[in-house]
Ligand binder design. Structure first.
Ligand SMILES: [Zn+2]
Length: 350
């Protein structure tokens, strides 16, 4: 497709997601300006940069579809973006919209070959090298995000990356956030307040580096980065978007200078957890000993058998230990489940 053709189609339909899904592997660079002065630049399929005439002091990446079957966040971001493209939503901040894995979105699957959210911070190039579409995509997404932040105007600015997901299983707390490891830096009070305005007051505080997009943003871009789980994964068109209304309103306000429905940070308003241990799948014998419908953050009595692998049994070790992200279908060597426990952030937020 030629850039002129692409722009014509985008201007006619004002629907970038549709164009992305029709061209899941590549779109050429193209740019134009909206009547309200906003610059629009297509950088690639699923990658579109919006720069308002007068930009505020934030550089915001809104990412969705890193897992192809997690459609609610894609629909949420597409709606915001289409309003921008149609001139109905006037941005006050620079925004980079990313639809992470278009081929997987078309196929209605989490990934085609590799889990895209395990390939950041250079993991795309580790053994066996950049030899899958997801590995290539992770490498490119890193480049785009770095470019977006580096091209920002001079001055004191806030960098943010919100990577929106939905979980495989239900959760005791419908919306929750993974806050990547900050290497000892304080957690951000303002960001806790924003997350709560999104309807997500359950936060898992990580204590180790990761290969996720949000850790890459925090560690390599010095941004506030988050993985936000908005609910349960459902196919396109089957999401009850009213369940995402708070998050949609909060992101809309964030990028357009609107009033945010935040309240002052108070730890009592949150469910805070940290990781106690990570359980990896080491052989094909790996089995979970609880039902598929058991929700994230469920707790069991001490001693309950949760999972087994060849020659190992994993049991609840302490009171309050809860399960999260159990997935026996991961590749051998990958994380099959996290065990978390409640934690306080007193003295560690600012
Ligand atoms: Zn996901």
């Amino acid at each position: 497709m030629k850039p002129e053709e692409l722009l014509q189609q985008l201007q006619q339909a004002a629907d970038f997601l549709k164009l992305t899904l029709a061209h899941p592997d590549f779109l050429p660079f193209a740019s134009y300006q909206l009547e309200n002065g906003t610059d629009i630049q297509i950088w690639d399929t699923g990658v579109i940069y919006c720069q308002p005439k007068q930009s505020g002091q934030q550089d915001i990446v809104l990412s969705s579809g890193v897992h192809g079957n997690e459609t609610a966040p894609v629909e949420l971001c597409s709606e915001l973006l289409n309003d921008v493209l149609a001139g109905k939503l006037l941005l006050t901040e620079r925004v980079l919209f990313l639809f992470g894995n278009p081929p997987a979105m078309n196929a209605g699957v989490r990934e085609i070959q590799d889990n895209l959210n395990r390939l950041f911070s250079g993991h795309h190039s580790k053994e066996p090298g950049v030899q899958s579409a997801e590995r290539e995509r992770a490498k490119k997404l890193e480049t785009y995000v770095l470019k977006f932040f580096e091209d920002a105007p001079q001055g004191l600015r806030e960098r943010k990356l919100y990577d929106l997901h939905t979980a495989i299983r239900g959760s005791r707390f419908e919306k929750f956030v993974v806050y990547p490891f900050l290497h000892g830096k304080n957690w951000s009070k303002n960001q806790f307040e924003f997350l709560k305005a999104c309807g997500a007051n359950t936060v898992l505080l990580m204590q180790t580096p990761a290969s996720t997009f949000s850790y890459f943003a925090a560690q390599s871009c010095n941004a506030h980065g988050f993985t936000i789980e908005l609910g349960k994964a459902r196919p396109f068109g089957q999401n009850d978007m009213s369940r995402f209304a708070d998050a949609a309103a909060a992101f809309r306000a964030l990028i357009s200078g609107g009033e945010l429905a935040t309240t002052e940070f108070n730890e009592a308003d949150f469910n805070l957890y940290e990781v106690r241990r990570s359980i990896d799948k080491t052989t094909e014998a790996f089995t979970l000993h609880f039902a598929d419908n058991i929700e994230n953050f469920t707790t069991f009595g001490v001693g309950t058998l949760l999972a087994s692998d060849e020659g190992v049994e994993y049991k609840v070790e302490v009171e309050g230990e809860a399960i999260i992200f159990p997935n026996p279908k991961v590749a051998i060597g990958q994380r099959a489940m996290l065990m978390v426990k409640p934690v306080s952030v007193t003295g560690k937020v600012s």
